[in-house]
Design a protein around this ligand. Structure first.
Ligand code: FAD
Ligand code: FES
Length: 349
């Protein structure tokens, strides 16, 4: 569900990133309560087209602030608009907080968390770090954060201050790939040997209770492979969020050239529309004026999650649904194609 929110404060964080703080009226405070790590979907019209993009909330729930950071992507439609056009008091449609890349804190926990972020991937991670430090006085955080240069590092000063404030509970490491860092370890990308060093020297695996990763797909996969394949680290103790994926859509393997009928329930209302072979449910629904929720259209954000009733579906890319969710019949409408004559799905669950 989207609400119109005014921009309370938009400011440059680096030369290529702006933070946007929203004004949340008291009537909407409950709708915009969030867990650290969740994201907002922003919706607006740019050049006559509706554009939706997701942005992780970088503030902590206890701060009472709702803030995101948008990093400029080369030729990016929304990130260019946010970095060059949006200003204080502009209003924008904002979806309620969503996403499962979250930390569930408990005051009695005594855990060691390892957080690894690169570039704009710091946005959910800084929120998660703050929440752990605020909520769990006996837990500690190892934070590894990679960027090209110091000047491109979002929240550099804030993280350095946080590290002073929490002294022995936050071990913060900044790594630069396009300039020299504090040591050999702190110079270069987070890959190969550095991943090994992180989990051997700085944050030994045997001592690590949970790992949170947000950055490029290559880095995320390298860390997951190292932990899961090489060290049999429990999959459910690794949490990750991808902002974009390089996976491609697969061609339909349906032999039929007949359209299928989709019956979809959204917010208690039922809609019927047809979908062509090879067409996704999201594309067909949107074309037919059905307001299916979506954001990334790449299988990474989960905004289009639905549950299947009768009928058969296939799914292309799935980064966000867990094995358990898939086993329970959940699908991503942006990635799902219909294999049977008809299918029933629901977005209300
Ligand atoms: C759950 C989630 C949370 C996100 N949180 C944040 C956040 O906190 N801050 C943030 O800045 N972005 C975040 N993103 C990414 C954001 O949603 C947009 O994808 C990004 O801002 C680019 O949008 P655009 O309209 O400018 O680019 P588009 O016009 O969509 O794309 C332009 C070109 O850039 C490429 N591209 C798209 N996204 C990226 C990217 N992230 N990195 C490199 N190349 C890209 C595309 O392949 C395309 O070629 C998040 C995405 C998801 C799914
Ligand atoms: S719209 Fe993001 S997973 Fe489908």
């Amino acid at each position: 569900m989207f609400h119109s929110l005014a921009i309370k404060n938009i400011q440059k964080e680096t030369t290529e990133a702006v933070s946007i703080e929203f004004e949340v009226p008291s009537s909407l405070k409950e709708d915009f309560q969030f867990l650290s790590g969740q994201f907002l979907t922003l919706k607006t019209e740019i050049g006559g087209n509706e554009v939706r993009r997701s942005y992780s909330i970088c503030s902590s729930p206890k701060s009472g602030i709702l803030k995101v950071v948008v990093k400029q992507v080369e030729n990016g439609v929304f990130s260019t608009y946010a970095n060059s056009t949006l200003k204080n008091n502009d209003t924008i449609e904002v979806g309620v907080p969503a996403g499962g890349f979250v930390v569930n804190t408990e005051a009695d926990n005594k855990k060691n968390y390892t957080l690894i972020a690169a570039g704009s991937g710091i946005t959910p991670v800084i929120s998660i770090a703050k929440t752990i430090l605020e909520d769990e006085p006996n837990s500690s955080v190892n934070l590894f954060y990679g960027n090209k240069t110091a000047s491109q590092t979002i929240f550099k000063t804030e993280l350095e201050e946080l590290s002073k404030e929490y002294n022995n509970r936050l071990n913060f490491h900044l790594l630069f790939s396009a300039e020299k860092g504090d040591s050999r370890f702190h110079s270069g990308r987070i890959e190969g040997r550095k991943i090994k060093k992180i989990f051997k020297e700085f944050a030994p695996i045997s001592n690590t209770n949970e790992v949170f990763i947000c950055g490029p797909q290559e880095m995320t996969e390298a860390i997951r492979d190292f932990l899961i394949k090489k060290h049999k680290y429990p999959v459910n103790q690794i949490h990750f969020e991808l902002f974009t994926t390089t996976l491609k859509k697969t061609k339909s393997n349906s032999k039929s050239n007949k359209s299928s009928l989709v019956t979809a329930t959204i917010d208690g209302e039922t809609f019927e529309f047809t979908v062509k072979p090879g067409e996704t449910i999201l594309d067909a629904g949107t074309k037919n004026g059905v307001d299916i929720p979506f954001s990334c259209q790449g299988g990474v954000c989960g905004a289009c999650k639905c549950i299947k009733g009768e009928g058969e579906l296939t799914m292309d890319n799935n980064i966000v649904l867990s094995d358990d969710e898939v086993a329970s019949g959940q699908y991503l409408a942006c990635q799902s194609k219909v294999k049977s004559e008809s299918v029933k799905i629901s977005f209300d669950f």
